[in-house]
Write a protein that binds this ligand. Sequence first.
Ligand code: ZN
Length: 201
Amino acid sequence: MSPVIVCPSCDLAHRQDSIRTTERTQCARCRAWLQHPDGAALDSAIALALCALILLAFSNAYPLVTMQANGNSRDTTLIGAALGFYAQGYASLGALVFLTTVIAPLLQILALLFVLIPLWRGSRPRGQHTLLRVLMQVRVWSFMEVFMLGALVALVRLAKFAHIAPGIALWCCVLLMLCLSELTSITSPEQLWRWVERSRE
Ligand SMILES: [Zn+2]
């Protein structure tokens, strides 16, 4: 039986022998991308992962928002938001915010870089299979977009009571969200295993 590629958007199965691995291929039904040309996408994936790493560092180093009310000014960072939940007695919520917005994206980016950079240089990374398994596990825990949506709703409501100024980190979070979603789309599990297979040839 020939292997199949399942569309990530609509679950339509395509026979792989009718698809050339060197081509960009779209789903026959919903036009979602099934695969990208190998060489270009590997370079793009590494560039996007490095970009995401820098954006993640900026997201945590600078204030997310600055709030001014009654002459007082306060700002908070991403980690500060998680610590704020912890300090108010919502320890599990604080841990969840920290896990889904800092730890999971960081592990996702680092695991990808540890796998992709050796593949790009033509060598086989150590512990490749373990890293790929870790990557698939942490990906489902990366919820940057959910956090951003919640934060934006909260900020719009708070704007009635205080002056809210978005910080550098908020813009970095928006860019990081876009960067991670593109990175996830071009490094699908099928694509990662194709690069690994190619490195063995
Ligand atoms: Zn489809």
